[in-house]
Write a protein that binds this ligand. Structure first.
Ligand code: SAM
Length: 348
């Protein structure tokens, strides 16, 4: 799988050199490159943000550096392209410089945006230095470059991390893990000029994706999480594929509690059945623990279960946890007092 990440803080993504994802990159299972958005600016201050039209707090990421960066990724050949070695780049996080980009011809189109009509600068901190109003280099920044237009289904996916996107989950991770090419566009400030997403839809399948209902300072942390969640589902990245099967969210439930040696630790034991060697009993115990833990922590997941996936024993356990199973759905029944919070007794 090819993954490109565009950010104004490429160093933030250095964690992707480590652990299983780092190894997958070394083994060639993931071709991951990090690109510095500022390499796609044309002014001497490498400006990536400007004041928002309509006023308001904060700065907005300028569209043209994004278009240049994303166009270069559509234009560059896929998997297997050797990266130019950067003196200061980490051995695995290949930061692709402007010199490595495939040059695209530009054709003059619209005149430069009239900055005078922009709203006043807010008092929010910007990462960019103060820039001259409408410099020579800025005048060419709204020029467009011709780019190959691919049929929609063949376009790479462009993931735009955003608290206003669809919420990332394991189902989406599985879906993305089947793709050949993912591009991540890390926003900063108040986000990216909305027209970039509209324009990008001509070259990518654009997906604004949220890590959850909270606001981060930038998209990099979200990208770290998404690349790790997706990357570990790419065949070969996790050594034992069995370990992916029983994990939380793989079957709509949370994982059962896990234990290791010693069996008696600070006066606390483990469920006796785990020492029995009886694999069928252990599997049943673990499934019941999944149901119990999910009912306790994420009742929304229990209500989303498909009754057709529940066997007789599942139904009995859910009954004791206060759920009724109809032919089409799982519903809350009158809960037996305290059952849902009850853990299986442990033997010390
Ligand atoms: N003004 C934006 C809003 O209210 O929707 C928030 C901008 S946030 C300060 C800056 C960047 O952080 C966003 O463009 C996005 O890339 C990233 N970000 C913040 N929260 C996120 C989340 N929950 N999931 C994914 N990305 C997030």
């Amino acid at each position: 799988m090819r993954i490109d990440v565009v950010s104004i803080f490429p160093e933030y993504l250095a964690a992707l050199d480590l652990s299983l994802i780092g190894k997958a990159r070394q083994d060639g299972l993931l071709q991951l490159k990090v690109h510095d958005l500022r390499d796609f600016t044309t002014d001497r201050h490498r400006t990536v943000d400007d004041t928002p039209y309509g006023g308001g707090a904060g700065m907005v990421m300028k569209p043209e550096p994004w278009a240049q960066a994303l166009e270069s990724l559509v234009a560059t050949p896929a998997v297997g392209t050797p990266a130019v070695d950067q003196g200061n780049a980490s051995p695995v996080v290949d930061q692709v410089s402007a010199s490595e980009r495939v040059e695209t011809q530009t054709a003059p189109t619209t005149p430069a945006v009239d900055r005078a009509s922009a709203s006043p600068v807010s008092d929010k901190v910007s990462d960019s230095p103060v820039v001259d109003q409408v410099s020579a280099s800025e005048r060419v920044e709204t020029q467009t470059a011709p780019t190959r237009v691919q049929p929609a289904a063949a376009r790479p996916i462009l993931i735009v991390p955003s608290p206003a996107g669809e919420v990332f989950n394991q189902a989406l991770a599985y879906e993305l893990a089947t793709e050949d090419h993912l591009v991540f566009a890390c926003g900063r400030y108040e986000g990216i000029d909305e027209r970039v997403l509209e324009w990008a839809a001509e070259h990518f399948r654009v997906r604004p994706v949220s890590l959850g209902d909270y606001v981060l300072n930038g998209g990099e942390v979200a990208v770290l999480a998404m690349v790790e969640a997706v990357g570990r589902l790419v065949p070969g990245v996790v050594g034992n594929p069995e370990s992916l099967v029983e994990e939380s969210h793989s079957d709509g439930l949370l994982e059962y509690p896990v234990y290791t040696k010693p069996s008696d630790w600070r006066g606390r034991g483990i469920p006796e059945v785990l020492l029995s060697g009886n694999h069928a009993k252990i599997a049943r115990h673990r499934r019941d623990e999944q149901l119990r833990r999910t009912a306790e922590r994420r009742p929304d997941l229990i209500l989303a279960l498909d009754p057709e996936t529940l066997d007789k024993a599942d139904r009995a356990t859910l009954g004791t946890l206060g759920y009724a199973i109809t032919p089409t759905q799982v519903l809350p029944a009158t809960p037996k007092s305290g059952v849902a919070a009850e853990a299986t007794p442990h033997t010390p």
